[in-house]
Design a protein around this ligand. Structure first.
Ligand SMILES: Nc1nc2c(c(=O)[nH]1)N[C@H]1C(S)=C(S)[C@@H](COP(=O)(O)O)O[C@H]1N2
Ligand SMILES: [Mo]
Length: 316
């Protein structure tokens, strides 16, 4: 695991960013999470100047240059706020990410309904710098902040019969105006096999670039599964449910030939309408050479074993 090469700090990282309305709220939430701003910074620590900037850096970080914050928070897929890449940043202010309750239930001994900040407080947040590869053929490098999903899942004591974990986004057309249009069946649902959900790479993210997640990135709580296409990384989660049978998932249900349940990043299995062999790294310019896409998005060493014996051309 190499050291980071951070890109040249942009101007807004050096001069304090404009104080915005939610700033005080951010600090309150950071306090609720037990993040102390005065903490002596353990190096290396999360990038940025926000309330989560001091959290320690976790494992599995790529040493590729980070994608600029303005792209990570300004070029998004979040159909609950529209289908354009700039729609989420322009429209997601109607989402109210706190207070926010999350239900964790299904095939578990000890179901839980809990406030998002209480869920996170005892956990110990860390920064994870991961590649994110969208099925559409673009990618980013993102400094997420969160905790391994496994730590939360173990709290509810899954039953031996549990084989999958399903995640559901908030369904509230008032807060998410895109849900008034039937571009997708709402609410957005995703799922993982239990071993994928428990894998140490799988992250429940609450922040990015040293700040709490902006609404457009899936505040207050979203999944990050870095070896799978981005659509598996579901945003603004209100429910986590253990199941014995494979749940229906949104994109798989809409177009099963195009979006498999597994959705593992795989340069050898093309989307029916385009090649997946290469990708455009956002920020490198429209005319930069497209990068070769890596098997499991570069995380094969960690996750290939989960799929031993499977025909990845059939189970895509
Ligand atoms: N609820 C919900 N989650 C979602 C989406 C969405 O439309 N709705 N889009 C997905 C897709 S296609 C991608 S590529 C990632 C994008 O995450 P980002 O905008 O934080 O980069 O979110 C995923 N999670
Ligand atoms: Mo995506």
């Amino acid at each position: 695991m190499g050291r980071f090469r951070y890109p040249q700090p942009p101007a807004w990282e050096i001069t304090p960013r404009p104080v915005f309305e939610g700033r005080r709220r951010l600090l309150q939430v950071a306090a609720a999470l037990g993040v102390t701003l005065a903490l002596p910074r353990r190096a290396p620590a999360a990038v940025g100047e926000g309330p989560l900037a001091g959290v320690p850096r976790g494992p599995y970080a790529t040493d590729e240059a980070l994608t600029a914050r303005e792209l990570v928070t300004g070029y998004n897929n979040f159909y609950e706020f529209g289908t354009g890449k700039d729609d989420p940043a322009r429209h997601a202010h109607t989402l109210r990410p706190r207070p926010w309750r999350v239900r964790i239930d299904g095939a578990v001994r000890d179901p839980l309904e809990i406030d998002v900040d209480s869920l996170l407080r005892p956990a110990g947040l860390e920064e994870r710098v991961y590649r994110l590869r969208c099925v559409e053929g673009w990618s980013m490098v993102v400094p997420w902040i969160g905790l391994p999903l496994a730590r939360v899942l173990r709290r509810v004591e899954p039953l031996g019969s549990a084989r999958f974990v399903e995640f559901t986004t908030l369904h509230d057309p008032e807060q998410m105006p895109g849900q008034a249009r039937d571009v997708l069946p709402w609410p957005y649902v995703e799922a993982l096999r239990l071993d994928e959900a428990m894998h140490p790479l799988t992250l429940l993210a609450v922040g990015v670039y040293g700040d709490l997640l902006p609404n457009q990135n899936g505040a207050p709580l979203r999944l990050v599964v870095p070896w799978k296409y981005g659509f598996k990384s579901i945003k603004s989660i209100v429910r986590i449910r253990f199941t014995e049978t494979r749940p229906r998932t949104t994109w798989n249900q809409v177009a099963p030939r195009e979006y498999g349940f597994y959705a593992n990043v795989n340069p050898h299995v093309d989307h029916p309408r385009w090649s997946q062999a290469r990708e455009r790294r956002l920020g490198e310019g429209l005319f930069a050479a497209r990068r070769p896409t890596l098997m499991f998005n570069g995380y094969a060493e960690q996750v290939a074993g989960l799929y031993a014996g499977m025909d990845l051309r059939r189970e895509y």
